[in-house]
Write a protein that binds this ligand. Structure first.
Ligand code: TXA
Ligand code: MG
Length: 329
């Protein structure tokens, strides 16, 4: 099929109330017509997602987003003009045409215009809002390639293949409903970039704040987990990781470092794979989920992950690492 006919086909599937997967700049989404309750229920069923976790509604441009928000404040307009299409989701009071199933009964909706040519072509062709969570089973790592989606969802789902996602971790979610705008999930668009445009905002703590889980139910700490047991360590704890690996020498283990920092003794141990992810936060983010999946596929049972420095540019990555390792420390 040509790309054009794939887009036509995908839009047709959505019109029939069925699901399609499509690439965005962040991760692959599992899409359904946001105005069709039965279609939305299929997303929750396919993901095994709790009915209390709201979906993000994708649109082709800001002028369309306005139709699905009951209120469109000046801050939303400025943010959309600056960052859309792009990895920023704006939570606003919802318009009744978005079905309650999509927002898990909340009277707010997360709206986002994705920066990916295939996603935008699909949105234009479908000519309506597409509700789409990440195209993984609930609590698993988000997919960043079409093959990841197939591995998660099976062969029957129609997938638009746009190659690997350039950002690699999910969008920044910004709540514009509360009096003081607040970040519910950190992502590639930073708190600083947002604050520069709209002034004072409330930042999120990396790794999920339990008090915020009620506000944004997808934000429970245990999320984005690989199948292997994932542990985190600070660079100064490397000797303890080495001892652990020596004690568990029967267990296929991977140790993921930031940049080139590593340890020759560790690399020499049987059953230990040493992985180096890029020192640049954006490149690290692009590779992270694919790396975790690859290690799962290779039968790795334990993954030790070096924490990048607690600096603003690492905030979103640290958030995902804290979640992936929640419970294992
Ligand atoms: O980058 C992304 O955002 C990807 C791509 C596919 O767009 N989507 C994604 O969707 O990550 P999902 O469902 O995996 O995560 C959506 C997050 C959840 O944490 C959810 O709780 C939050 O957005 N969210 C959605 N609607 C919300 C609302 N009305 N109020 C508060 N949080 C909301
Ligand atoms: Mg998700």
């Amino acid at each position: 099929m040509s790309e054009k006919s794939e887009i036509l086909h995908a839009a047709e599937i959505l019109r029939h109330g069925e699901l399609v997967a499509f690439p965005t700049e962040t991760v692959y989404g599992l899409g359904a017509d946001a105005t069709n309750a039965a279609a939305i229920r299929k997303i929750f069923a396919a993901k095994g997602r709790p009915a209390t976790n709201p979906l993000i509604v994708h649109v082709a441009e800001a002028s369309i987003a306005r139709r699905y928000a009951a209120v469109w404040p000046d801050a939303a307009q400025r943010l959309a003009e600056r960052f859309w299409p792009g990895p920023l989701t704006l939570v606003l009071p919802k318009h009744p045409s978005i079905v309650r199933e999509a927002t898990a009964g909340l009277d707010t909706v997360g709206l986002r215009c994705p920066d990916h040519p295939l996603a935008l072509a699909l949105l234009r062709q479908f000519d309506g809002p597409i509700a789409a969570p990440s195209a993984n089973r609930s609590t698993r790592v988000s997919p960043t390639t079409a093959q990841h989606v197939r591995d998660e969802m099976g062969p029957d789902l129609f997938i638009l293949d746009g190659g690997p996602c350039p950002v690699g971790i999910e969008s920044t979610v910004l709540d514009l409903v509360s009096e003081r705008p607040r970040i519910l999930r950190p992502g590639a668009i930073s708190a600083q970039q947002i604050a520069e445009l709209i002034g004072d905002i409330e930042e999120s703590s990396a790794g999920g704040d339990p008090s915020r889980a009620a506000m944004s139910p997808g934000q429970q700490p245990l999320h984005y987990a690989p199948r292997a047991k994932a542990y985190r360590f600070d660079p100064s704890d490397l000797p303890a990781v080495l001892r652990w690996c020596e004690l568990h020498s029967g267990e296929p283990t991977a140790v993921i470092f930031v940049g080139t920092s590593d340890n020759a003794t560790l690399a020499g141990l049987p059953n230990v794979r040493v992985i180096r992810l890029p020192q640049d936060p954006a490149e690290y983010a692009r590779r992270l989920y694919a790396t975790l999946r690859e290690l799962d596929a290779r039968g790795i049972r334990a993954i030790w992950i070096e924490m990048p420095p607690a600096l603003p540019q690492w905030h979103a990555v640290r958030d995902r690492l804290l979640r992936a390792t929640a419970g294992n420390h």
